[in-house]
Design a protein around this ligand. Structure first.
Ligand code: SOE
Length: 396
């Protein structure tokens, strides 16, 4: 009889759907020895968690996250609530001695991220953060290529994460409020490319050498009944009487940095980069070669081998769908492409491997790992605010 682990999902929404899909699909594609059971999903009353449970195959639904986490039947807590609601359930899971997975960024504030990381370490509880792009086979292959020394010493890392969804017509939501989100495009998108490039390169950022943030849309229409008065700084449009709330976070953040091996880096996150739906990626240049990844073409990794004779040098587009590529063989035969959702299913498998005492396919980010990413995000915000360079050793 296969061993099972009851999962509790804290939250719903886009990430609730991608995680529900992952927990139900992982048994089919990876046949893990530790099989997840979709036990209970928490949602607030108005979110109708019973409907979400029925749609996505959760056995139970709950409107009380503390009871859900403390249910002795629950073996793993998975948090997908908005950023400001990550820490309370995470700390409750850790206090109950239960492994806990959490969406990125780990928290809306650096202090809470540190508390979560230290609590998990102190309690000896396994913690995981859903930086899902590490498990695109192309990114996992890039990780392998760097460790095989095939691109030599890294000199440059340039990464961007460009979306266009937050145009002027988009109404106010939690992502635009600092107390709820922490930051805007920066925490939402730079978090991913900072994690991805730290993971692939094995390098760490030691200094932020300048940063700029901008909020293009200064206020947004508040949908009726969306948030309470004390949560928002309203301003009523004199002509139309429409309620608008001030946007308190960035629409874009760019920063320059130095790595612990002396390499130089540049990062850009934007939510109004018209023409880019969800284009994240990087280019890493080394002394023996380079790597390029673009999520909008996510099945390919581009590799430049500078050790070849000059006449043969050129970018090779590797289609990462072969069984020799990480995770790919568990899905479809070579050439049958995979998508966004497969990164979550592959991560669910690696979490189950870890909880079974086995090594994941590629390293899993823990709360401590995600706290160090959050330190970099915080250092960039301080650099932009103070118009100065910030050393990471001064950001704890
Ligand atoms: C919105 O920007 C978002 O849903 C991010 O929050 C996710 O982490 C990313 O994978 C897709 O875009």
């Amino acid at each position: 009889m296969a061993k099972t682990i009851n999962v509790a999902l804290i939250g719903q929404g886009f990430m609730g759907r991608s995680h529900s899909n992952a927990w139900s699909q992982v048994n089919r594609f990876f046949k893990p020895e530790l099989k997840p059971v979709l036990h209970t999903v928490f949602g607030q009353e108005f979110e109708k968690p019973e409907i979400f449970a029925d749609t996505w195959g959760w056995k139970n639904s709950s409107t009380n996250w503390e009871d859900t986490i403390n249910n002795p039947e629950i073996g793993l807590v998975d948090i997908v609530t908005p950023n400001f609601m990550h820490a309370p359930p995470a700390k409750a899971a850790i206090a109950a001695g239960k492994p806990v997975a959490c969406e990125k960024p780990i928290s809306a504030t650096l202090d809470e991220a540190r508390e979560m990381a230290e609590a998990a370490e102190k309690a000896g509880v396994d913690s995981f953060v859903w930086f899902c792009y590490r498990r695109a086979p192309a990114v996992a292959l890039a990780y392998k290529i760097v460790r095989e020394g095939k691109i030599g010493d890294i000199r440059h890392i340039r990464a961007s994460y460009l979306q266009q969804w937050a145009d002027d017509s988009v109404p106010f939501a939690w992502r635009f409020k600092k107390a709820f989100a922490g930051s805007g495009a920066h925490g939402d998108l730079n978090a991913h490319i900072v994690d991805m490039t730290r993971f692939v390169s094995g390098l760490d950022i030691t200094e932020i050498c300048g940063a700029i943030t901008e909020t293009f849309v200064k206020e947004r229409v508040v949908p009726s009944g969306n948030m309470t008065d004390e949560e928002l700084r309203y301003s009523k449009d004199a002509k139309t009487g429409t309620l608008k709330a001030e946007v308190e976070v960035d629409d874009t953040t760019l920063f320059l940095c130095r790595f612990n091996n002396g390499a130089i880096g540049s990062y850009e996150a934007a939510r109004q980069a018209t023409g880019n739906f969800n284009r994240n990626g990087f280019e890493i240049n080394g002394t023996k070669g380079s790597l390029k990844f673009n999520f909008e073409d996510m099945n390919y990794l581009e590799f430049f081998d500078a050790t070849l004779p000059r006449e043969y040098q050129g970018w090779t587009k590797i289609l990462c769908t072969d069984p020799s590529h990480p995770y790919a063989g568990n899905y479809w035969p070579a050439g049958h492409l995979i998508g966004y959702e497969h990164g979550f299913t592959s991560m669910a498998y690696d979490i189950l491997l870890k909880l079974s005492g086995k090594e994941p396919t590629v390293p899993l980010p823990s709360f401590m790992d995600a706290y160090n990413t959050q330190r970099i995000l915080e250092a960039a915000l301080r650099s932009a605010e103070q118009k100065s360079w910030i050393e990471l050793k001064d950001v704890k």
